[in-house]
Design a protein around this ligand. Structure first.
Ligand SMILES: Cc1cc2nc3c(=O)[nH]c(=O)nc-3n(C[C@H](O)[C@H](O)[C@H](O)COP(=O)(O)O)c2cc1C
Length: 186
């Protein structure tokens, strides 16, 4: 297993889309700062719903009982010093792919604490309605703020509808590049 410094979790199904374009900038910034980066495109992975069994939190258990691609992701997430979540806003929240993934991260917690604590986090959200409240972006922002609290380095919200349109916004593309550098540095 190659060690990675930054795990990039891609929640959009659109490989040529806006959140993945911004995540690519974060990756560039991080790599230019010497970090190793792993990209994980959730839409192409076998990740089932959390079934709420609670087995992952039992003292004798070290992981989730569901045998799917999360078993490959858990060690990557534990090992990464920083995690970038990149998701479109869907129905005033993160995408379904991202939400299912987040639910399964419940298994990273246990009696000794939660393995997602103590990391640095970057958040990328893309949305079509230019108003943070009407678009529902504010809900997605709150989800990450409430989940990761002090570990968040920056939250970048990009307003665009068509796939890849965000690339025309140089300022936000530059902000994403800088976030990549900050995730390594801070
Ligand atoms: C199923 C679906 C639901 C969406 N819901 C919202 C929404 O609630 N608010 C919003 O502003 N945009 C919404 N959009 C627009 C996307 O957030 C927007 O196109 C975004 O740029 C997509 O990012 P991506 O290119 O990374 O996939 C929705 C798009 C889809 C396909």
């Amino acid at each position: 297993m190659n060690p990675i410094d930054i795990a990039i979790i891609l929640g959009s199904p659109r490989k040529n889309g806006n959140s993945i374009a911004l995540a690519g900038q974060v990756e560039r910034g991080a790599r230019d700062s010497g970090a190793t980066v792993g990209n994980f495109y959730l839409h192409g992975m076998d990740i089932g719903f959390c079934n709420g069994c609670g087995k992952c939190r039992e003292r004798t258990s070290k992981t989730c009982v569901i045998d799917d691609d999360m078993q490959m992701l858990y060690p990557k997430l534990r090992q990464a010093q920083a995690i970038l979540f990149a998701s479109p806003v869907y129905w005033a929240h993160v995408s379904g792919q991202m939400k299912v993934f987040m639910d399964r991260c419940f298994a990273l917690g246990g009696p000794e604490g939660h393995d997602m604590e103590g990391k640095r986090y970057g958040i990328i959200l893309t949305y079509a309605n230019s108003d943070h409240f009407k678009s529902g972006t504010i809900n997605a922002i709150r989800t990450f703020q409430d989940s990761f609290r002090t570990g968040i380095v920056d939250i970048i919200c990009g307003n665009a509808m068509g796939a890849g349109e965000i690339k025309e916004n140089r300022s936000i593309m530059d902000s994403a590049y800088n976030l990549g550098k900050q995730l390594v540095r801070s």
